[in-house]
Design a protein around this ligand. Structure first.
Ligand SMILES: C[S@@+](CC[C@H](N)C(=O)[O-])C[C@H]1O[C@@H](n2cnc3c(N)ncnc32)[C@H](O)[C@@H]1O
Length: 378
């Protein structure tokens, strides 16, 4: 079967996790770069990656890669690629992309040159002066980096963080891909109790439930490439079967709490949409009184940072109060807390064992990690 190169863009900082996911999916020649992960596979790999990836943003199929320092080189390089093998006579092919560290730096000029080059190639092949573009969408995505152009087709459509379960949002929801990454970094496998005491719309707890059950996050949504004629139809059903047969059945102790009753009812609704309402409990609860008596477990959470929901002073008071609650917890518990607040550790009152930089949208955050000590004392 035809082999392709794919690129999966990720949020900065998640490349390694996404590469691990792709290797676990048994995809070939996986390599992480800045902001993206590449792999090689036949067409089944694009269905597998779209259905299963938790931390990647989208799956792009590479049509070509060539040096381009001038508009002429960009035009001729794009025109030389076999677009007719992918895009049918009536296919729509909008173009978007970016330029970085290159002689070609005008994004919109590159965009229109690429549109013309692909249209010329397809027009010559199909014998048409004007292409109708009335059929399925083949979103063309380009990058020009260090004077090298890469041209891709976007197989995903709406980003992979759109799992389809978050119908209504709250004030500062966490992107599903980042929530899944936090759960994966906590090494949660479904065994110990799992809590998010600032759960908002429930994203972290819902992603934890999907991970505990090893449920593919993309099973309930569709992807652009499902409508592409050059791909074998059966890859989607085959890969959905493969994903479903890898699911576990089990009982899990996953809990989310929030002081805001409206957030809690949204979280319950989202859990229903995700099909995990039997695995996660949501309750109205104040994180300042958070406590568990069982010796070990995990807290993975995203409290207000003092940026969008509260002011800095209020956030500091909250961290101090939650720090007090945390110090009363049995020592086998671990905490993974995401905040952009630079004074988090001081106000929380405990230094983190480890920190990891993660971006929540444009906000530079730290994932503060407090590692539980197993079997020392309750
Ligand atoms: C940044 S949001 C969490 C967003 C969530 N991760 C999501 O994806 O929707 C922080 C949440 O903390 C809640 N909160 C603020 N103070 C709290 C407290 N004392 N106890 C529990 N929750 C609190 C807010 O109501 C808000 O929903």
């Amino acid at each position: 079967m035809e082999q392709y190169t794919f690129s999966v863009p990720t949020v900065f900082g998640l490349e390694g996790l996404c590469a691990d996911e792709l290797r676990r999916l048994e995809l070939g020649n996986v390599r992480a770069e800045n902001g993206r992960v590449l792999f090689e596979s036949g067409p089944e790999g694009l269905a597998r990656a779209n259905l299963n990836l938790r931390t990647g943003e989208r799956v792009l199929l590479r049509v070509g890669r060539f040096p381009a320092e001038t508009f002429d080189e960009l035009f001729e390089g794009a025109r030389a690629l076999p677009w007719e093998q992918f895009i049918p006579r009536d296919g729509a092919f909008p173009v978007k992309g970016f330029c970085l560290d290159s002689r070609l730096f005008a994004m919109s000029a590159c965009q229109s040159i690429l549109k013309k080059a692909v249209a010329r190639r397809l027009g010559e092949h199909y014998g048409l002066e004007t292409l109708p573009e009335t059929g399925e969408v083949y979103q063309l995505q380009f990058s020009v980096m260090k004077d090298v152009a890469e041209l891709y087709l976007d197989t995903t459509g709406p980003g992979l963080h759109k799992r389809g379960y978050r119908a209504v949002g709250v004030a500062a929801p966490l992107r599903e891909t980042l929530a899944a990454a936090m759960v994966m970094l906590s090494r949660y496998r479904g065994r110990d109790p799992f809590c998010d005491p600032f759960c908002g719309s429930g994203t972290i707890a819902i992603e934890a439930a999907l991970i505990a059950r090893n449920q593919a996050p993309g099973l309930d949504r569709s992807f652009s490439a499902q409508k592409w004629g050059f791909l074998p139809r059966e890859i989607w059903l085959d890969e959905a079967d493969r994903a479903m047969s890898a699911e576990y059945q089990g009982e899990y102790d996953i809990w989310g709490g929030d002081v805001d009753p409206q957030a809690v009812s949204i979280a319950r609704h989202n859990a229903q949409l995700a099909g995990v309402e039997d695995l996660v409990r949501f309750e109205v609860a104040d994180a300042l009184t958070f406590h568990r008596d069982v010796p070990a477990g995990r807290v993975v959470t995203n409290p207000p940072y003092g940026e969008r929901i509260m002011d800095k002073g209020e956030a500091e008071e909250l961290y101090a109060g939650f720090g007090k609650a945390w110090r009363g917890m049995p020592q086998g518990w671990s905490l993974y807390l995401l905040s952009s607040h630079t004074e988090f550790e001081r106000t929380f009152g405990v230094q983190a064992d480890k920190k990891r930089k993660l971006y929540n949208g444009m906000l530079k955050c730290d994932l503060f990690q407090y590692l539980g000590k197993r079997g020392e004392r309750k």
